[in-house]
Design a protein around this ligand. Structure first.
Ligand code: C5P
Length: 220
């Protein structure tokens, strides 16, 4: 039996991209592989947590011992998360949620009639900010994937979204981050920070969970 520091804890994790439909055959999305979120879910389950993984469309198997809820759009992910968010002890937002969605989804395939076309987009709900704003909600952890000024943007997000912790990574380095098997993170909380150097997403997930567990216990 492995060490189970998260035994008795309920943890929800979002992972992967979202798909925002344009018409019955097209969507807007992004390059998230879901690997980091799935690694965190697998690791949390091994450490004894009761894990719900809310995942956008990815080419990954459900980790052992994890309850997997598959969703497509940001709106669906928001609904799936908010339904049980208040019952969770820890919420980790790893999903690369589309910031905008098409204002309207066409009922039929859009035809290429004109030389130009435009699509009006509207903002999606911020799932992480909404969970962080809950009364007696879970300990909330966000991710900040940035190409520049990583620390400034990460701390800005921590404060603006009212998070307990943020995990920042520099996605301008293609050897780590999106689609890669490796990653490196810098963790920030209100009064501290720590570096988790480049390693496999499995190793990093376990290290991240140890840090989350430590900060969570301090907050109780
Ligand atoms: O503001 P930004 O999208 O960079 O914030 C990233 C963090 O917020 C990630 O943890 C991501 O999962 C979460 N997020 C979210 N819902 C959104 C946008 C981002 O949960 N609509």
């Amino acid at each position: 039996q492995p060490h189970q520091p998260l035994a008795g804890m309920k943890m929800m994790i979002t992972a992967g991209p979202t798909r925002e439909a344009l018409d019955p055959v097209r969507y807007l999305s992004n390059h998230s592989s879901g690997k980091m979120g799935y690694a965190i879910a697998a690791s949390a389950a091994q450490m004894g947590a009761e894990v719900t993984l809310v995942s956008g469309p990815v080419a990954l198997q459900a980790p052992t011992g994890v309850q997997l809820l598959r969703v497509e759009s940001a709106a669906e992910m928001h609904h799936a998360v908010m339904t049980t968010a208040v019952q969770q002890d820890i919420f980790v937002a790893c999903a690369a949620v589309a910031d905008y969605r098409p204002e309207a989804v066409a009922d039929c395939k859009i035809k290429k009639d004109n030389s130009e076309m435009s699509i009006r987009l509207v903002r999606n709900p911020d799932i992480l900010a909404d969970v962080a704003a809950l009364n007696s909600g879970p300990f909330t952890v966000g991710f900040a994937a940035e190409t520049h000024d990583v620390e400034t943007y990460a701390i800005g997000k921590l404060q603006r979204k009212g998070l307990d912790m943020i995990a920042a990574n520099d996605v301008s380095d293609s050897s780590i981050g999106f689609n890669s098997d490796d990653n490196a993170l810098t963790l920030y909380w209100t009064d501290g920070k720590t570096e988790l150097p480049a390693t496999s997403k499995q190793q990093l997930a376990a290290q991240l969970l140890e840090q989350i567990n430590h900060r969570y216990r301090i907050k109780q």
